[in-house]
Design a protein around this ligand. Structure first.
Ligand SMILES: C[S@@+](CC[C@H](N)C(=O)[O-])C[C@H]1O[C@@H](n2cnc3c(N)ncnc32)[C@H](O)[C@@H]1O
Ligand code: SF4
Ligand code: SF4
Length: 338
C-alpha cells in the first residue's frame, strides 16, 4: 500500500555566509557537490502540494544566502503548505521579513543563538549576536512566530541557566537546547561534545529552573524524562516516528533514511524520481521493519537494564553516538538503575 510523509525537510544547500567551526554540514558533507536545479525544487514543492503535506522546513547551509530562496517563497505564497525556516539570522533584513510575511504561510522562523555575545561571536563571527537580536525584533514586530536553537557544548553549558533566563526575556515563542554532536557526524577531534559526567551536570543545572519557553524536545528535558519514566520493554516498540513522518531531501536530491539526521544512510534520490516513489521504496520499508523488530542489545550486561528498550531501537544517529542511559542515571544518582 502506498503511503505519504506528513512533513518534508529541504536541506537545499550547504552554502553558507558563516563558517561556524563546529558545524556538521561543514565537515560531514562535500560543499562543492551538485545542487538540484531550481526548476526541480519548484516541482518538488508542487509534488508536496499534491501529497497534501502539512509542513515544509527549509534549511541548509544558510537558506537566506541562496538565490533559490526567493523563488521558494513565491511558490509557497498562499500554498496549502505551511513552512518554517532554520537560519543563522544574520541576513534577515526588512525586505526578507516583508517577503516572509507576504507568503501568509510562514509557520515559524528558527534562529541559532549559542550563548551570550562573546561566546556566540567567537563561534559565528563578530557582530552575529547583535544581528540575530535585530532579526528577532523584526520578526516579532511583523508577528512572525520565532524560535531559537541553542547548542550546548563543553565550552558553554555551565552558562546555560543564565542564558536561558536571557532567552525567556526575548520576544520569541520558544527555544530548544541541543547538545553538540561531533561524533555523530564522524568527527571526534573537535572535542566539544559533552561526556557523560558533563551531560549529567548539564541536566542537573537545568532541572530546577522554572522556564516557561523551553521546548520539551530540549536534550536535558527529554533525557531526564526518559530516565524517570523508562518505557515498557515490548517486542515492537518504541518506534521512532521521524522516518515514518518526514521526508528529508539534501542539496543533490539524496534522501537520507532519517530526515532529522542528514548523515544517515541514503535511501534514494529525487532528481528523476518522484517523492512518492522514493518514499515508498523498499529500503525505507526495511528500515521501518527493522525499527519495529528492534536491534540486538549492545552487550550481555544490558539484558536486565530498565532502559534497554531505547538501546534496541534502530537509530542511525545513536549508533554513531551511543549513550548508555544506565550510566547517565548513575551519574544523576537516580534510583532503580539496575
Ligand atoms: C546546520 S544549521 C543550518 C541552519 C542555519 N545555518 C543555522 O545556523 O541555524 C542547523 C542547526 O544545526 C546546529 N548545528 C550545527 N553543527 C552542529 C553540531 N555539530 N551539533 C549539534 N548541532 C549543530 C546549528 O547550530 C543550527 O542550529
Ligand atoms: S551558520 Fe549554520 S550552516 Fe552556516 S556554518 Fe554556521 S551552523 Fe553551519
Ligand atoms: S542503557 Fe546501557 S546498560 Fe541499558 S541497555 Fe542501553 S547500553 Fe545497555
Amino acid at each position: 500500500m502506498l503511503t505519504r510523509p506528513f512533513e518534508a525537510r529541504f536541506c537545499f544547500t550547504y552554502r553558507c555566509n558563516l563558517k561556524c567551526h563546529f558545524c556538521y554540514e561543514r565537515f560531514a558533507r562535500n560543499l562543492a557537490q551538485e545542487e538540484l536545479p531550481l526548476e526541480r525544487w519548484l516541482q518538488l514543492i508542487r509534488e508536496l502540494k499534491q501529497l497534501a503535506i502539512l509542513k515544509l522546513t527549509l534549511i541548509g547551509g544558510e537558506p537566506f544566502c541562496h538565490p533559490y530562496m526567493e523563488h521558494f517563497l513565491d511558490e509557497l505564497t498562499n500554498a496549502p503548505i505551511r513552512f518554517d525556516v532554520g537560519t543563522n539570522g544574520t541576513l534577515l533584513d526588512d525586505a526578507w521579513v516583508r517577503k516572509l510575511k507576504q507568503t501568509a504561510r510562514c509557520a515559524s522562523i528558527t534562529l541559532s543563538l549559542d550563548g551570550f555575545k562573546e561566546y556566540h561571536d567567537s563561534i559565528r563571527g563578530n557582530g552575529t549576536f547583535e544581528a540575530v537580536l535585530n532579526a528577532i525584533q523584526k520578526l516579532s514586530d511583523a508577528r512572525i512566530k520565532t524560535s531559537v536553537n541553542v547548542v550546548a557544548s563543553k565550552d558553554n553549558y555551565t552558562t546555560m541557566p543564565d542564558f536561558a533566563q536571557f532567552l525567556e526575556s526575548l520576544p520569541i515563542a520558544a527555544y530548544t537546547l541541543y547538545t553538540r554532536a561531533d561524533q555523530a557526524h564522524g568527527e571526534n577531534t573537535l572535542g566539544g561534545e559533552l561526556n557523560i559526567t558533563e551531560l549529567a551536570h548539564f541536566i542537573q543545572i537545568m532541572d530546577n529552573l522554572n522556564l516557561r519557553k523551553i521546548d520539551k524536545n530540549s536534550t536535558n528535558l527529554k533525557l531526564l524524562d526518559s530516565l524517570k519514566n523508562p518505557p515498557e520493554v515490548t517486542d515492537d516498540g518504541p518506534q521512532c516516528l521521524a522516518p515514518k513522518a518526514t521526508i528529508g531531501i539534501l542539496p543533490n536530491g539524496d534522501v537520507p533514511v532519517c530526515s532529522s539526521y542528514d548523515n544517515a544512510e541514503i535511501v534514494g534520490n529525487v532528481k528523476t524520481r518522484s517523492i512518492a516513489e522514493v518514499w515508498n521504496n523498499d529500503i525505507t520499508r526495511d528500515f521501518i521493519q527493522q525499527q519495529i523488530k528492534g536491534e540486538p542489545l549492545p552487550s550481555q550486561d544490558c539484558l536486565d537494564c530498565i532502559y534497554r528498550q531505547f538501546c534496541r531501537k534502530s537509530c542511525p544517529k545513536l549508533k554513531k553516538m551511543p549513550l548508555c542511559r544506565r550510566e547517565l542515571a548513575k551519574e544523576l544518582n537516580l534510583t532503580s538503575t539496575d
